[in-house]
Design a protein around this ligand. Structure first.
Ligand SMILES: O=P(O)(O)OC[C@H]1O[C@H](O[C@H]2O[C@H](CO)[C@@H](O)[C@H](O)[C@H]2O)[C@H](O)[C@@H](O)[C@@H]1O
Length: 279
């Protein structure tokens, strides 16, 4: 478990989300290379800024419904999104409705859920009867694992079932539940498996944050995209960035991103810096 993967105490409910103090053009969080990349991105005619949510803008909690955004995070995204020719997106593994609810983000921030497959108009390919039957089976089998593991629970998404083990205090039980999911339902034909931070997500539709970033870039005609994320699922996004794009990994761990910041507050300051540079 990395330092950024430590469950923090449940934060208080959102308070009025005031932007942080105006940041200088470069802060101590930024390497000279990242500061320069932000300056270049800020000067581009059409810019996309896509941010992961959990672990990037919101600290982890045992209860996903209580993973509120860090102070200033959503206000700073909104400030960026109000700028001309600047598309700002929250790009999350959560389903879109849950993302909207927990983040409080609204248009013009674009919400893309279910690891990039769920847009404002819904899914490109709705589920058929076979998909629904498979999804029901996944819920049943993951539910059985959760029932025999104190603290585990199953999250329901439109195209996936997710086994959550973060609240499981017994680490051996946590690993056992994860292994059972990987050896059982994760091996069924027609499923797509994503292992995130203390979650095993098994979906009946393939999704990629990389494809979603490409779609945002195409829609905006963006010369440069910035993508910020912390989890293994975000690597599919970093891997598809173009040479001129800016990938920023939050926290420790291997990454295909070209840049890194330490933690969530550093992400909020970075977004503030970008808004100042582009505003
Ligand atoms: O792509 P993201 O926005 O990072 O979403 C990834 C998953 O985030 C949520 O799970 C994670 O956060 C929970 C709340 O802090 C935490 O309990 C869990 O251990 C983390 O993996 C969400 O519940 C999942 O559906 C998302 O796929």
């Amino acid at each position: 478990m990395s330092a950024d993967d430590t469950a923090s105490p449940t934060p208080p409910p959102p308070t009025p989300d005031a932007p942080p103090a105006t940041a200088p053009a470069a802060t101590p969080d930024l390497t000279p290379e990242l500061a320069e990349a932000l300056r270049r991105a800020a000067a581009t005619p059409n810019l996309v800024v896509a941010c992961d949510y959990d672990g990037t803008l919101a600290p982890f909690t045992d209860d996903p419904t209580r993973a509120h955004p860090a102070p200033g995070a959503i206000a700073t995204l909104a400030r960026l999104a109000e700028l001309p020719r600047t598309t700002v997106a929250l790009l999350s593994g959560r389903n879109r409705a849950a993302l909207a609810e927990v983040s409080g983000a609204t248009a013009p921030v674009v919400l893309v859920g279910s690891h990039g497959s769920e847009w404002e108009g819904g899914f490109d390919a709705p589920l058929d009867d076979d998909d629904n039957a498979l999804l029901a089976r996944l819920h049943t089998e993951l539910g059985e694992i959760a029932q025999s593991t104190a603290g585990a629970h199953v999250e329901s998404k439109p195209t996936a079932a997710v086994l959550h083990v973060r609240p499981v205090e017994d680490l051996a039980a946590r690993e056992r539940a994860t292994a059972q999911a990987m050896a059982g339902p994760a091996t069924l034909d027609g499923v797509f498996v994503t292992q995130g931070k203390n979650v095993v997500e098994i979906a009946v539709r393939e999704a990629s944050k990389g494809a979603a970033i490409e779609r945002l870039v195409e829609q905006a005609g963006a010369e440069v995209a910035i993508f910020v994320g912390d989890d293994v699922t975000d690597e599919r996004g970093f891997a598809r960035l173009r040479p001129q794009d800016v990938g920023i990994k939050v926290g420790e761990g291997e990454t295909a991103a070209g840049h890194r910041v330490a933690d969530i507050p550093a992400v909020v300051r970075l977004l503030g810096t970008l808004a100042d540079l582009r505003g």
